[in-house]
Design a protein around this ligand. Structure first.
Ligand SMILES: [Zn+2]
Length: 345
């Protein structure tokens, strides 16, 4: 596959990179992934559905097509009885991402995540298992052609470091992000800011946070991370209304005490304009890779890309001005970046 004309580093130097994730959640809503195991069987079972979602994110302004190999590692596939499909699934996911990326000169990211195999109490033995799984997944990804790796939703610094080391062995830049599920610290006891600093010091190309937190509870941490590290920071929150009392969406509950995660989250959803506002705020605190995670859909990505000054292909069908709560008013100075803060001030 020919690689895109501009590298990740070039794009980061020139401005903000727009990311888009949330493939598993969106494909679950569309009926192609089973909630619970959340294994991306769609790669082999309905490749056109996956390609279509890539294309929608691309049209909406995403600079990166993330290969859907999240949870496509040996332990997870064994758990759903598809271990025999492991290599085919990983290779096909990267191939599909490449095919769509080429339609718009987007980058392709290989993807690994927390494996649920890692146990810091038995870091040597379980770390070996994790390393084997990352090596086989990312070995196939590199063979198919990727521009960098996103190692994400990490709960442990120990496991994140293994992902980084495997990327370094393979010679690909790594963006390493943590899922800040807990209020302050990773499950192995690092303050999230310190966790990012450790990964940056060890050579990660980007560090940051993804998933778990919505904009309101992720931004304060992002500000501290940007101040603490010398590498570009990535932020991909979930588009849900998390609060200081409930910083992670996994814990959102209805008034009756019913847990909303993962399949009853709609009442907590953020609008495209709220996500556009997040994109501006994140950029303003210094975040260089601005995206979205579980719950994100193409309309969010388009609004975020537009707020960051882009006019992606899907902007042709952006809302009619009179429907626009920001740009449809009388204020000629109105921009997506100004609206939300003034509205809540
Ligand atoms: Zn997510």
């Amino acid at each position: 596959m020919p690689r895109p004309t501009r590298t990740l580093q070039q794009r980061l130097t020139e401005g903000v990179v727009v990311g888009a994730e949330g493939y598993v959640f969106e494909l679950e809503r569309r009926g192609y992934v089973k909630a619970g195991p959340f294994v991306p069987e769609v790669i082999l079972d309905a490749p056109d559905a996956l390609a279509q979602l890539h294309r929608e994110f691309l049209r909406a302004g995403a600079d990166v097509m993330v290969a859907l190999t999240y949870y496509a590692h040996r332990d997870k596939l064994r758990a759903v009885g598809r271990e025999g499909d492991l290599e085919a699934m990983n290779r096909a996911a990267v191939r599909i991402a490449n095919a769509v990326a080429a339609e718009g000169d987007a980058l392709v990211a290989g993807n690994v995540c927390n494996t649920w195999s890692f146990d810091p109490e038995h870091a040597v033995v379980t770390g070996r298992l994790v390393r084997e799984q990352y090596r086989e997944q990312l070995g196939w990804a590199v063979a198919e052609g990727i521009d960098f790796v996103i190692a994400e939703t990490n709960d442990y610094v120990g496991e994140a470091l293994i992902a980084l080391e495997v990327c370094q062995e393979l010679g690909v830049p790594a963006m390493v992000t943590f899922a800040s599920v807990q209020p302050e610290r990773t499950y192995d006891g690092y303050d999230y800011v310190e966790a990012c600093r450790v990964l940056a010091d060890k050579g990660a190309a980007l560090v940051g946070l993804n998933c778990s937190r919505g904009p309101e509870t992720m931004l304060p941490l992002l500000e501290r991370i940007c101040a603490a590290v010398d590498v570009p920071v990535a932020a991909q929150p979930v588009p849900y209304r998390t609060t200081p009392g409930t910083p992670a969406f996994e814990s959102l509950e209805s008034a009756a005490g019913r847990r909303a995660f993962p399949i009853e989250l709609e009442p907590y959803g953020l609008t495209r304009f709220e996500m556009a506002d997040f994109a501006c705020r994140a950029r303003d605190v210094g975040v260089k890779y601005v995206g979205i995670c579980c719950g994100g859909a193409p309309h969010h990505v388009r609004a975020m890309a537009e707020a960051l000054g882009r006019t992606p292909p899907a902007s042709r069908y952006s809302p009619a001005m009179e429907l626009h709560p920001v740009l449809g008013g009388d204020d000629p100075q109105a921009t997506m970046c100004r609206w939300e803060r003034e509205d809540s001030a």
